[in-house]
Design a binder for this molecule. Structure first.
Ligand code: ZN
Length: 197
């Protein structure tokens, strides 16, 4: 059974991963919400349940391995790979380029499930897909915890594959001069200054 939106939101709120207020995002935009995925994944029961919503979609025999982009994707990849009992590796950026290092290797024809924590533009996942294809392997699916693109990002997945976000959450962000929260006089918080980064 898939997780309900309410149950996912309850996990985010209970763990402090989802804060409501008036925040200055890294982009400089203001938002009424701030989300830090790592905070919910620190709890094994939440991590297991959220990643279980990804792994249940895939038959273990349909996936040969999981690959996730560092840093955020590693926790999700590792837990999904553990649940599916398949090997798990990660890519990392070196001199600006996403690479598979540490002696990790993917064989031609292997079916890869790509995992990530949060997808906003899909940049890192697309870089992983490029690496997987470059090795002659197949993209069996992409699983991630939160889609912040409002469902706009579509990944190039091989036939029969699945794209599965546990939850879609659109970000409402404002230019500071147009921010309704500023107009309401709400104090602006820079996440991180309260230990939430
Ligand atoms: Zn504001």
């Amino acid at each position: 059974m898939s997780l309900s939106r309410d149950r996912v939101l309850a996990m985010f709120r209970e763990s402090g991963a989802l804060l409501e207020g008036h925040f200055r995002l890294t982009s400089g935009l203001h938002s009424g919400q701030y989300f830090q995925c790592a905070k919910v994944l620190q709890y094994p029961e939440f991590c297991e349940a959220l990643c279980g919503d990804i792994s249940r979609i895939f038959e273990p025999e349909a996936v040969d391995l999981v690959v996730a982009p560092a840093l955020g994707g590693i926790v999700v990849g590792q837990e999904v790979g553990r649940q599916l009992r398949v090997r798990t590796m990660f890519t990392e950026r070196s001199e600006g380029t996403m690479q598979l290092r540490r002696g990790f290797s993917i064989k031609p024809g292997e079916r890869v499930l790509v995992c990530e924590d949060v997808v906003t533009t899909g940049g890192s996942v697309n870089e992983v897909i490029e690496i997987v294809r470059g090795m002659g392997a197949l993209v069996a699916g992409v699983g991630y915890i939160v889609d912040r693109s409002g469902g706009k990002v579509r990944f190039a997945i091989d036939e029969g594959g699945v794209q599965h976000p546990v939850m879609t959450m659109s970000v409402e962000a404002f230019q500071p001069e147009q921010c309704p929260l500023c107009k309401d006089g709400l104090a602006l918080v820079k996440p991180g200054s309260r230990g939430n980064s």
